[in-house]
Design a protein around this ligand. Structure first.
Ligand SMILES: CC(C)(COP(=O)(O)OP(=O)(O)OC[C@H]1O[C@@H](n2cnc3c(N)ncnc32)[C@H](O)[C@@H]1OP(=O)(O)O)[C@@H](O)C(=O)NCCC(=O)NCCS
Length: 201
């Protein structure tokens, strides 16, 4: 047993129409550095990090831990999707024990606008649902992060609450297999979630 129930980790690589979701490897290191050094990626995640610092600190095989999927397009990493237990001290929980799995995603800017994040997150949520049936997944994103808000809606997350954290308005939502089926019916809702009013290895 792993924390993902009977599912073993690392899982057998998951193939979608265009992508492969797999455990990280040494050859992904440059892409990890790119991801965390990118000011565009860091816009709603507290900013980017110095490339030189990342070069020094990032291990030879970064991000090798249960719940971190590298998203591979034609043999190269284009992003990551993560499932981690949400920190109990942070606001935003749906269970008394506050030990929900939280979905995270970060893609390299060159891979934005192609539907890769939707495709990858849907596959990860499917994998999660078959590993731990009935378990909810939560997601927290800044309301100002429009692409992320749209992604949450397409995946079938439902709003639980909004709150302020890190001096920004946050949207907090929940996904279950039930909300997912609704999401599949309206994968591209129109209009999307309310317009904006205003985290990994
Ligand atoms: C959040 C993030 C992953 C969203 O990426 P994205 O590429 O916009 O998301 P999607 O995969 O859903 O792609 C959707 C876009 O692809 C377009 N698209 C093109 N081809 C497509 C296809 N074959 N299938 C589906 N969508 C397609 C869609 O029309 C949509 O464009 P639109 O938003 O202009 O309508 C990305 O902005 C990111 O990595 N941001 C930095 C990290 C971050 O902020 N993470 C949030 C943590 S809470």
């Amino acid at each position: 047993m792993t924390e993902f129930g009977p599912a073993s980790w690392p899982p057998v690589p998951i193939s979608t129409d265009r992508l492969v979701l797999r455990e990280s490897e040494g050859r992904d290191r440059a892409a990890f550095i790119e991801l965390f050094a990118s000011p565009d990626v860091g816009t709603y995640l507290g900013g980017s990090r110095e490339r030189s610092e990342l070069e020094r600190e990032i291990p030879e095989t970064p991000g090798r831990r249960p719940g971190l999927f590298v998203v591979d397009f034609r043999g190269a990493m284009i992003g990551i999707v993560t499932l981690d237990r949400r920190d109990t001290a942070r606001p935003g929980h749906v269970r008394p024990e506050a030990d929900e799995f939280e979905l995270g995603y970060m893609f390299l800017p060159d891979a934005w606008g192609c539907g890769y994040a939707t495709e990858a997150c849907m596959a990860v949520l499917d994998w999660f649902a078959s590993s731990l049936p009935g378990e909810p997944v939560v997601l927290c994103t800044q309301t100002a992060n429009v692409p992320s808000m749209r992604l949450a809606a397409k995946l079938g997350f439902s709003e639980v609450e909004r709150f302020e954290e890190y001096a920004a308005d946050q949207w907090f939502g929940i996904w279950t297999q039930a909300t997912a089926s609704e999401g599949l019916v309206s994968r591209y809702p129109s209009p999307p979630l309310r317009p904006p009013t205003g985290t990994v290895p």
